[in-house]
Every structure is written in C-alpha cells, then in structure tokens.
Design a protein around this ligand. Structure first.
Ligand SMILES: *Cc1c(COP(=O)(O)O)cnc(C)c1O
Length: 392
C-alpha cells in the first residue's frame, strides 16, 4: 500500500465538468475562467480575483502590481516553497528572509519587528513582505498589518496552503490585512485545477494591473488606450505582460472542486483530530504536532510533526520503506545554492535564522488528504507507534 502525503480527489462531477468544457466552444479564454474567478472571490469574500496558470505566476503578478522592481527588497520566511521568494527575483528585487516561530512554521512577528527596527536606511526596508500561511494556518495578520503601516510595506499573503482557512473568523482572502492574497491549485493543495492559481484583492487598481499582466498587458478598453480605437479588431499593448492565463478546462475543474471544498475540509478536520488524539498520548518532548493559534482556523493542508530526538531521518526512511510517502516541508529557501550565490552578489551575510534551521531538522509531514481512508490513517499511526516502540 502506497500512501502519499497529499493527493487530489477527483470524482465524477469533476470529470463531467471538464468533459462539458472539452465539448464546448472554448478551451481557453471562454466563460469558465470568469466563473471560477467569481466563485473564488465569493467564497473567500474578496472583491476581485484574477486567475492564473499557477500559484507562482499569481505571486509574480502580485509583486509586479505593487511595483516591485530592481531597487527593492522583498522579505519572506525561508520555511516555504522556493516560489515564495522566486517571484521577487523575477522582478529583479533582492530577497531577505525572516525567521519563523518553531511552533507554527509561520513568520515570527517578533523577528520581523526587530529586523525592521534595526534597519537604518529607509531604502533597505522591504517593499513588501510575502507572508506564507504555512500548512494552512494564517499568519498573525493583524500584527503584520500594524508593522506594514508603521514601516510602509505591502503585504502579499502566500495562501497557497490556506484556501478556506480563517483568521479571527474572516476567511483568508477577505484581505482586510493583506494587499493581495494568492492561492495555488496544484493537485496537492486544498482544491485543484491541475496547475492553476488565483490572486485576490479588494483594491481595484491592483486587480486591474494584475488582469492586464496575465495576458500580455493587452487591452481592448478604449479608456486605457493612448489613442482612439481603429476598429473592432483593435487592441493596444500598454505594458509588458505575460501569457499566464488559466485555461477553461482547468477552470471547469477548479469550479467543480470548489463545490466540494466543505466536504474536503470536513475530511481534513476529521483526520487532523484523529492524529491529534494519537499524539496527545505521546511525550511532546519527543514528538509534537504544530500548534494552531487560538485566533486562526487552519485549512489543515499539511499535518507536520516535530521529531525532537534527532530521529527525523530514521522516521522518514522507515515510513518511506513501508510505502508511506512522508515529506519534509520545507528545505529552508535561504540554504539553496542559488540564494547563497545571491547573498554573495548582494554583499549581505547569510541570513541568521536559528528557528528555521531547528524546525527544518525536526519537521516531518505525514499523510493527510480528503480521500485518505481510515485504514490508511491507521496504517500511518501503527507504523509511527512501531518506530517509537522499536527505535527510541
Ligand atoms: C505550491 C506553492 C506555491 C506555488 O504554487 P504553484 O501553483 O505550484 O506554482 C507557492 N507557495 C507555496 C507556499 C506553495 O506551497
């Protein structure tokens, strides 16, 4: 039996939705994309949503929309997928990394505050902080917002893990704190469109910028043109954009998946609780799950445990050998050779992130996904029990 750490759940409705798009007039640039955008905006309570062909491209256009360029610094946490930092590099910006809270894996507000306070020149403050809602738990957004006001930076919330999560009873993406919130619909995430992403915002100008950027910055809106339209065929390219469009086939899948999100969430909550029950019997000096803060509701994208007795590799290898495909989220971005090279070029020291490194030594993601069965979860639990009995 092979058990992945996460995988998609596709049912007949999903297949029917994709099939009907395949049989329609539009495979791309048709009605499904706009419907998907509206459905996500409605779901998370955002005013505007712009679909993209990946979470990564959504992060890229979010950076461009707020004006990130070569002179700028972007700060993010190192405990994330490389895309959280790469999006800034695509704009030529430099990236620095903030330490995390070990208990949650999220950006440490304390470390961020301290770093802001120690900056002596205004131009070294970040243009934006990319706040990653790690494992589906929202960052401490109110405190983040207070710092963003004090020090004058934008907040891009990388909510690739966190569709459906809540911060103080507000859905992630209702964006009263973040300027732009980004979701990913990669198959391992909360819902999938195969590849795909979405950037949501309450700011009309940012939404308009992002809408242009996903399709070559081409407009057919005469209001935006430098001259009058020359006829029905006429368009103008008014900036430098990309082809970051989601297809209608993908949007059809995303739409049908979104209808199932409550069902998915209930399954995740159930499995999360069953793991919690198991770990509540275990000495937390040895193994401890991540902490969920009281003012957040996680989407439970990942179930991460911290193995504190230096046996993480043993756990990984033993479980993997049994077909339980556990994973490690994440290898700290700042330790990647590419970024090490960057720090040398930018003449800054390697970021000092003790919590991130400690977390990385201990973290293991165990399987949790909506289509997991009780039999599979019991297999994971009994295998972990076995490791603790025989190897500790
Ligand atoms: C998945 C992910 C991304 C990138 O999303 P893609 O859709 O794969 O491009 C970015 N940030 C985080 C934290 C992710 O988990």
């Amino acid at each position: 039996m092979v058990i992945p750490y996460s995988t998609q759940s596709i049912n007949q409705d999903d297949i029917d939705s994709v099939e009907s798009t395949l049989r329609s007039s539009y495979l791309t640039q048709g009605p499904a994309v706009a419907q998907f955008e509206e459905a996500i905006a409605d779901y998370c309570g955002a005013r505007y949503a712009v679909a993209t062909n990946s979470g990564t491209s959504a992060l890229h256009i979010a950076c461009l929309a707020i004006g990130v360029g070569e002179e700028d610094w972007i700060w993010t946490s190192s405990n994330s997928f490389v895309a959280s930092a790469n999006c800034a590099r695509y704009c030529g910006a430099k990236v620095d990394f903030i330490d995390i809270d070990v208990e949650t894996g999220n950006i440490s507000i304390h470390a961020l505050e301290e770093k802001c306070r120690n900056i002596t020149e205004k131009k070294l403050l970040p243009k934006a902080v990319i706040a990653v809602d790690f494992a589906g738990q929202p960052c401490q957004l109110k405190a983040l917002k207070a710092l963003s006001v004090q020090y004058g930076f934008f907040i891009i919330e990388d909510a690739s893990h966190a569709l459906g999560a809540e911060y103080e009873s507000c859905k992630v993406g209702s964006t009263q704190y973040a300027d732009i919130t980004v979701f990913s619909f990669h198959p391992v995430k909360i819902i999938t469109s195969a590849e795909g992403g979405m950037a949501v915002t309450n700011d009309e100008d940012l939404a308009e910028q992002m809408r242009l950027l996903v399709s070559h910055a081409i407009t057919r809106d005469e209001q935006k043109m430098t001259d009058c339209s020359e006829g029905g065929w006429y368009y103008q390219q008014i900036g430098l954009g990309f082809n970051y469009r989601l297809t209608d086939i993908q949007a059809a899948l995303g739409l049908s998946q979104l209808k199932r999100i409550n069902e998915f969430h209930e399954r995740r909550v159930l499995f999360k609780k069953q793991y919690d029950d198991f770990f509540s019997e275990i000495d937390h000096e040895i193994v401890e799950p991540l902490t969920i803060e009281r003012n957040t509701q996680s989407s439970h994208h990942l179930y991460v445990i911290l193995i504190k007795n230096n046996k993480r590799k043993l756990w990984y290898d033993t479980l993997k050998a049994k077909g339980i495909f556990v994973n490690v989220h994440y290898i700290p971005i700042h330790t990647q050779p590419y970024y090490k090279q960057c720090f040398i070029r930018w003449k800054i020291p390697q970021p000092f992130l003790p919590n991130t490194l400690q977390y990385y030594q201990q973290a293991l993601t165990i399987p949790l996904f909506p289509s997991m069965t009780d039999v599979q979860q019991n297999e994971v639990i009994s295998s972990m029990k076995n490791i603790m009995l025989t190897q500790q």
